[in-house]
Design a protein around this ligand. Structure first.
Ligand SMILES: [Zn+2]
Length: 244
């Protein structure tokens, strides 16, 4: 059973939900709604619960503020008509309407979205995500085979492409298996920056380390590689339309 309590600590009024259960040690958790929940063994004294909360006050404050920060970045978009989204380095305006279908397509500078419920943000987010994913699959694969063909004198091996979400680098190259991994977020960047990452990873099939030889080859294939890499770091490193 759970009960609501509050506790005055200095100027601060801490509200918490207390649950007594069969357990050994008291435990505390902060919910996604920033609520403090404490679970404790059946016969714990309230004064001990309060001491426990006081002792962990700093931790409570820190956890709550980090939840609030993440919440703001998650709520950056409402997926409503007029909001702008990056795609291949260009801004697209979202147009949303309610209808009997659930679909998404782009035309001109617009992304058109039809959903059953205009207020279902999670559904809209997942639909847009699906669209980005299918674009990334198509475009990255296209550029990958095009660049491999363009530089076939250098890259004759049997390479394979993998697209990943939630990775911290733009690309990686597994020399032994021939697998190049690209970061899904590259879909926000212009084609020439996507190309520059693919070429960078291709060069690792020759040189594992970022040494003089590596950059020598890269400069032949991508003479503007320095500018490209700077542009990626400067403009696109933090870009995301939600936390992935
Ligand atoms: Zn590298």
């Amino acid at each position: 059973m759970s009960e609501r309590h509050s506790l005055q600590v200095g100027q601060e009024n801490i509200e918490y939900i207390l649950t007594r259960k069969k357990m050994r040690n008291m435990r505390m958790r902060i919910t996604s709604k920033c609520e403090v929940t404490v679970s404790c063994p059946f016969h714990t004294l309230i004064s001990d619960v309060e001491k426990f909360i006081e002792k962990n006050l700093d931790w409570i404050k820190k956890s709550q503020s980090s939840i609030l920060q993440n919440a703001t970045s998650l709520e950056k978009y409402e997926y409503m008509t007029g909001e702008k989204f990056l795609y291949l380095g260009k801004e697209y305006t979202l147009m949303v309407k309610e209808g009997q279908t659930r679909e998404i397509k782009s035309a001109g500078d617009y992304i058109f979205m039809t959903v059953y419920d205009l207020w279902d943000f999670e559904d809209k987010r997942s639909l847009l995500d699906k669209w980005y994913k299918s674009q990334a699959n198509r475009i990255f694969a296209d550029r990958f085979s095009y660049l491999k063909f363009l530089h076939k004198d250098f890259f004759a091996g049997n390479y394979q492409l993998i697209i990943k979400k939630g990775v911290s680098t733009w690309g990686t190259c597994a020399v032994n298996t021939g697998v190049v991994t690209l970061n899904f977020r590259l879909i926000y960047a212009p084609i020439e920056l996507i190309d520059s990452v693919i070429l960078h990873e291709f060069c690792h099939f020759y040189y594992i380390h970022h040494d003089k030889d590596f950059y020598g080859l890269l400069a032949t294939l991508d003479p503007l590689y320095k500018e490209h890499s700077k542009a990626l770091d400067r403009k696109y490193i933090d870009y995301t339309h939600y936390n992935d």
